[in-house]
Write a protein that binds this ligand. Structure first.
Ligand SMILES: [Zn+2]
Length: 436
């Protein structure tokens, strides 16, 4: 990412070091006594975040990767447990760049009912399960993009994970997210009632206060809805003006928070890019010109392919039986156009629309829509780490980085579905899932 501020990098990197240190101190089953755990992991191959290496091994000591390379050259750390993993690939812990742990699948309960009828305690209880499912699926870091009516609950959940109270991935959070007044949802109720909204409304100069307030409550990123179904007939139209969008980014950036913008219209995307947003979510209506602008400005796209795939099926599409609906074909074309213009693709699925722990659907769809498996794996590891300013901590299997590692059966660079066959997960050197 070309346009980040140094301040943002420093802030997030510092936060991550603190959280991993806490996680290490209170990890489960660590044996105690202050002696650090160590492992020698011997898979068939290592995907390092960019390429495959047959016959490599990885040494882990404490929270970090001590060594990685050809198995014959890697000595077991003193007191290490050697884990033979034949037929597997070891890769970096996957990163989900667009989740909603406070939502559950929309075919279980519609979004409106989740926001209006489910008490926050119920939603937090579900989220505890969602976080466990996520990390056990090999996603060791998430950027959670809005609580959708559950206030600042993401901040408390992040603390619970960092303090070792519940298992879960590293979390970057945005708290309530920001929408322009009157543009968001729930909508369509009697005009006598003021309905609670799924995000915080703000406009004009008030945006300065709301950005700072959300950051003060713990937002690592500032999430903004740059367009929504706000047109006179429910058409998706840009919400914030260019001036408002620029005010948001300037305010956020000066306190070290990058900005992520939900947008799917060309004009909404253009305003976000020109303001200095770092990632754009969905992007369905992107034109060649807009995608080129994103590529030139180093703005990443989170295509959230899995969300549309899920909601279209909830709407009655029998995938694999019925022909592909127009919406799915448009999304395929849009994704192909973004790839052709050289846009950085971040792997973000909008999980919460569909079940947590199924995050790898996004990787499968990126491949189904034209990416190579190796590029999709990179998007979910090394590329996402860079986009989230965490590349000095996670996202690659490299000496000195955090030992966030996933071992899957088979070769995911040939068969992306291997990412669903998780055998072993380590987060900061602590085993969080082990099959058999
Ligand atoms: Zn979302």
């Amino acid at each position: 990412m070309k346009r980040h501020t140094l301040l943002a990098v420093t802030f997030i990197a510092a936060a991550l070091v603190v959280s991993s240190a806490q996680g290490q101190g209170q990890g489960r089953g660590g044996g105690g006594g202050g002696s650090s755990t160590a492992y020698l992991l011997k898979p068939a191959a290592v995907f390092d975040g960019e390429t495959m290496h047959e016959g490599w091994a990885v040494a882990v000591r404490g929270s970090r990767i001590e060594a990685v390379g050809p198995a014959a050259s890697i000595a077991a750390p003193a007191g290490a447990e050697t884990i033979d993993l034949p037929g597997t690939t070891l890769m970096p812990g996957m990163i989900e760049a667009h989740s909603h742990v406070l939502l559950h699948a929309y075919n279980e309960t519609p979004w409106n009912d989740q926001v209006l009828k489910e008490p926050e305690a119920l939603r937090v209880a579900r989220a505890v399960n969602h976080l466990r499912a996520t990390v056990e699926a090999g996603f060791t870091t998430i950027r959670d993009l809005g609580t959708e009516g559950a206030g600042y609950a993401d901040v408390g959940l992040k603390q619970a994970v960092n303090q070792g109270i519940i298992p879960g991935p590293r979390m970057l959070v945005v708290t309530k997210a920001i929408v322009a007044t009157g543009t968001y949802a729930p909508k369509g109720f009697s005009t006598e009632w003021t309905m609670p909204q799924g995000a915080e409304e703000a406009d004009g100069q008030t945006l300065v206060k709301v950005v700072r307030d959300q950051a003060g409550h713990g937002a690592d990123w500032i999430k903004v809805y740059g367009d929504y179904r706000a047109g006179p007939n429910g058409e998706t139209m840009p919400t914030f003006s260019q001036e408002e969008m620029s005010l948001i980014v300037t305010t956020a950036r000066s306190i070290g928070r990058p900005v992520v913008v939900h947008s799917s219209t060309p004009e909404g995307m253009r305003r976000a890019v020109m303001a200095g947003a770092e990632t754009i979510e969905h992007g369905d209506g992107g034109t060649a010109e807009i995608f080129k602008l994103m590529a030139d400005r180093g703005v990443a796209l989170c295509p959230t392919l899995a969300a549309g795939d899920a909601t279209t099926q909830y709407g009655g599409w029998k995938k694999g039986v019925d022909p592909e609906p127009a919406g799915i074909r448009r999304k395929r074309d849009s994704f192909a156009l973004a790839l052709s213009q050289g846009v950085t693709i971040a792997s973000g699925s909008d999980v919460g629309v569909f079940p947590h722990g199924d995050n790898a659907r996004e990787l499968e769809l990126m491949v189904a829509y034209g990416m190579t498996p190796a590029k999709a794996l990179a998007a979910a590891t090394s590329v996402n780490a860079r986009v989230l300013h965490l590349e000095n901590q996670i996202g690659r299997v490299a000496q000195g980085l955090q030992a966030d590692l996933v071992v899957v059966t088979g070769d995911p660079t040939k068969d992306i579905a291997a990412t669903k066959r998780v055998q072993l997960v380590l987060k900061a050197g602590t085993i969080v899932k082990r099959v058999k």
